[in-house]
Design a binder for this molecule. Structure first.
Ligand SMILES: Cc1cc2nc3c(=O)[nH]c(=O)nc-3n(C[C@H](O)[C@H](O)[C@H](O)COP(=O)(O)OP(=O)(O)OC[C@H]3O[C@@H](n4cnc5c(N)ncnc54)[C@H](O)[C@@H]3O)c2cc1C
Length: 578
C-alpha cells in the first residue's frame, strides 16, 4: 500500500509511543524545547499503568534519615545482583534527586514531613528510607501532573491510537504506523525521531499485577524489524499479589511494617533474610513465599500466605495505605483492619527490554551500533539499570529520569537531522496482518491462545525455573505460534474493534515470550529474579554478561558477548545477602 492509501498522513518532528511517565516526560522536554511532538497512546494518557504505581519514587534526598548518592548506587547495584551497568546506575542516582525536585515544582502533591519537606518511607533493598510518596497513589499524582504540563506545552495527543508497526529502513527510524481505534484506519506518522515507551509486559503471565494494556507491543515490533531485545529472562515476581488475581498490594504495606506469615502464623522471612525480614528485595521474598507454599506451609496447605497489617493500626492504615485496604476489601472481601490478607507472588516488572545505550538510543548489536533516530525509555527499555532485579521505587524514577534524558538527546538529534524518506510501502507490514486476521478462514481464536500462553508461562517460567519445564514451554510456544497463523477475528468492523487490537497484542506476547524462554534456558545460573533450581548459584565467571536475542526464521538467536559495565574499584561483585 502506498502513502496515499493511508487514512491520514502526518508529518511531525517527533513521535512518542506511550503516554506513561516515560513518554510524557520525554514529550514535555521536546515540546518545551520548541519542537512539535505527537504522543500516540492506545489508552487515555492518565490510564497508563504508571498511574497504578502506589508506593513511591526513589531519590536520596536524606529527608527521613541519613542517605547518600553512593548508598543509593550501591543498593541498586547489589539489588541488580551485579548485572546493572554501573555507568547507567551512577547517572541515574545523580539525576534522581533533580527529577524529584523538578516534579515537586511542577506541582506533584508529595506527602510531607512535619517540617514540610518531602516525606520518605522505607522500601525493600534500600538501606535508607528513600521512597518519596503521595500516600499510596504516587503514580497517579505523577502521571496527572505531567499530563497537565504536556497539555500546557501543546504536546499533540493522539489518544486511542495503537501503533502497529515501526518504519525502520537501513538502520534509520522514519516514523510509525498507527491504527485509529475510535474511527478505524491506518495513519502514517512520518517523523525525524521516535521514542518507544510502551511500558511493561507482564501480561505474558496469568498471575500478574500489570494492566491489560501491558502487552509489550514495542518489543514485538522491534523483533519484527529484525532488531534484538536484551536480558528478557529477568522478570520480577512481586511477593504481595492479591491471591488469585495477582493485583498488587503495594510494598508500601511492608514499608509501613506489615508482616508476612505462613500457615503456622510464623514470620518465615526470619529463615531467609533475618536482617531485612519482610523488607528484603522482591526476588528474595517471592522465593521464600513460594518455598513455603511448595513445602506445604501455605495457608491451609494452599497456594497463598498472609499479609498481616492489623498491628499497624486503623488510623495509619487508612491514612498511608488506603488503596491496599480497599483492594483487599473489594476483591477478596477481606477487611485488613481485622484479618490478614491472602497473597501470592505475581509477575510484576520486566527488567529486560529494548536495548539502549546511556543516551537512550536504541542499539542493534553487542557492539552498540545505534539505530538512528530511535530512542526508548521506561519499562519497555533495557539500559541496563536494574540488571537482574529492580528495587522497588527505582522504576518510576527510571521512567521520569530517562524520560527527561531521552527527551534531551532527541532534542539534540532534531537540531542536527532532517526528515528521511519513508519506505516505498510504509503500510505493508501493518496492512498484511490486519487483512490476514480480518479475511482469514482459520478456526483459531486469539483469546484461547492467550489463555494457554499465560497459564503455562506462570506454571513453567515463574519464580523457580528448571531446564525440563522451560524446554516444555518452548514446545508449547512453538505450537501456539503455529496455531496463531490460523487466527481469524470475528468482528469485521473498524470502530472500536477490540478483537483486532487484541490479536495484534497476542502476536507480540508470543513473539517476546519466545525470547524470554530461550534466554532463560541459556542462562545456566541463578541471578536476581532468574532462579534456576538446576543451577542455584550465581556464576560470575561466565555470566557477568547481558543477553541479546533476535528472532530469525531459524528460531531465536542469542549473543552473550555484551559485558556488564562494572567499576571493579568501587563496586566489585559480592555475595548478595540480606
Ligand atoms: C500495580 C503496579 C504498581 C507499581 N508501583 C510502583 C511503585 O510504587 N514505584 C515504582 O517505582 N514503580 C512501580 N511500578 C512500576 C512502574 O509503575 C512502571 O515500571 C512505570 O510506571 C512504567 O512507566 P512507562 O512510562 O514505561 O509505561 P506505562 O506507564 O505502562 O505506559 C505505557 C504506555 O504505552 C502505551 N502503549 C502501549 N502499547 C502501545 C501501542 N501499541 N500503541 C500506542 N501506545 C501504546 C500505553 O497506552 C501507555 O500509555 C508499579 C507497577 C505496577 C504494575
Amino acid at each position: 500500500m502506498k502513502v496515499e492509501e493511508a487514512k491520514q498522513y502526518h508529518k511531525i518532528d517527533a513521535v512518542v509511543v506511550g503516554s506513561g511517565l516515560a513518554g510524557l516526560r520525554a514529550a514535555l522536554e521536546i515540546a518545551s524545547s520548541g519542537f512539535q511532538v505527537a504522543v500516540l497512546t492506545k489508552v487515555y494518557p492518565t490510564r497508563s499503568h504508571s498511574g497504578a504505581a502506589q508506593g513511591g519514587i526513589a531519590a536520596a534526598l536524606a529527608n527521613a534519615a541519613e542517605d547518600s548518592l553512593e548508598l543509593h548506587m550501591f543498593d541498586t547495584i547489589k539489588g541488580s545482583d551485579y548485572l546493572g551497568d554501573q555507568d547507567v546506575v551512577e547517572l541515574f542516582v545523580n539525576e534522581a534527586v533533580k527529577t524529584v525536585y523538578e516534579l515537586e515544582h511542577m506541582g506533584v502533591p508529595f506527602s510531607r514531613t512535619e517540617d514540610g519537606r518531602i516525606n520518605q518511607r522505607p522500601f525493600g533493598g534500600h538501606s535508607s528510607p528513600r521512597a518519596c510518596f503521595s500516600a499510596d497513589v504516587t503514580g497517579h499524582v505523577l502521571l496527572h501532573t505531567l499530563y497537565e504540563q504536556c497539555v500546557k506545552h501543546n504536546v499533540h495527543f493522539y489518544n486511542e491510537f495503537q501503533v502497529f508497526s515501526l518504519l525502520i529502513q537501513d538502520d534509520i527510524s522514519r516514523g510509525v504506523i498507527a491504527w485509529d481505534i475510535r474511527n478505524g484506519g491506518l495513519h502514517i506518522f512520518h517523523s525525524r525521531a521516535v521514542l518507544l515507551a510502551t511500558g511493561g509486559y507482564g501480561r505474558a503471565f496469568k498471575i500478574t499485577s500489570n494492566a491489560h494494556a501491558n502487552t509489550g507491543d514495542a518489543l514485538g515490533m522491534i523483533l519484527e524489524c529484525g532488531l534484538p531485545l536484551e536480558d528478557m529472562e529477568f522478570v520480577q515476581f512481586h511477593p504481595t499479589g492479591l491471591h488469585k488475581y495477582g493485583i498488587l498490594l503495594s510494598e508500601a504495606a511492608r514499608g509501613e511494617g506489615a508482616h508476612i506469615t505462613n500457615d503456622k502464623g510464623e514470620r518465615f522471612m526470619k529463615d531467609y533474610a533475618p536482617a531485612k525480614m519482610e523488607l528484603a528485595p522482591r526476588d528474595v521474598v517471592s522465593r521464600a513465599e513460594q518455598t513455603e507454599i511448595n513445602e506445604g506451609r501455605g495457608i491451609g496447605g494452599q497456594d497463598y500466605v498472609h499479609l498481616d497489617l492489623r498491628h499497624i493500626g486503623k488510623e495509619r492504615i487508612l491514612e498511608r495505605l488506603p488503596q491496599v485496604y480497599e483492594l483487599a476489601l473489594n476483591y477478596l472481601g477481606v477487611d485488613a483492619l481485622v484479618e490478614p490478607v491472602p497473597i501470592q507472588p505475581t509477575a510484576h516488572y520486566s527488567m529486560g527490554g529494548i536495548p539502549a545505550n546511556i543516551r537512550s538510543e536504541v542499539i542493534k548489536d553487542a557492539k552498540g551500533t545505534v539505530v538512528k533516530g530511535l530512542y526508548t525509555a521506561g519499562e519497555a527499555s533495557c539500559l541496563s539499570l536494574h540488571g537482574a532485579n529492580r528495587l522497588g521505587t527505582n522504576s518510576l524514577q527510571e521512567a521520569a529520569t530517562f524520560g527527561r534524558v531521552s527527551g534531551i538527546h532527541m532534542v539534540q538529534f532534531l537540531k542536527e537531522n532532517g526528515y528521511e524518506n519513508l519506505p516505498a510501502n510504509p503500510l505493508e507490514q501493518a496492512q498484511s496482518k490486519i487483512s490476514a486476521w480480518m479475511n482469514g478462514t482459520g478456526s483459531e481464536r486469539h483469546a484461547k491462545i492467550l489463555a494457554e500462553l499465560q497459564d503455562n508461562m506462570t506454571k513453567l517460567v515463574g519464580v523457580f525455573r528448571n531446564e525440563e519445564d522451560m524446554i516444555k514451554m518452548k514446545g508449547i510456544l512453538k505450537e501456539l505460534q503455529e496455531r496463531f497463523k490460523n487466527v481469524t477475528i470475528d468482528d469485521k468492523s473498524h470502530i472500536f474493534n477490540l478483537d483486532l487490537l487484541e490479536a495484534f497484542e497476542v502476536g507480540n506476547l508470543l513473539s517476546f515470550s519466545d525470547v524470554m524462554v530461550e534466554g532463560a534456558i541459556a542462562r545456566k545460573e541463578s541471578r536476581g529474579a532468574h532462579f534456576r533450581s538446576d543451577y542455584p548459584k550465581r556464576d560470575d565467571k561466565n555470566w557477568l554478561r547481558h543477553t541479546l536475542a533476535w528472532r530469525t526464521d531459524k528460531g531465536v538467536k542469542l549473543d552473550h558477548s555484551r559485558e556488564v559495565v562494572i567499576d571493579m574499584d568501587r563496586y566489585p561483585p559480592q555475595e548478595r545477602k540480606y
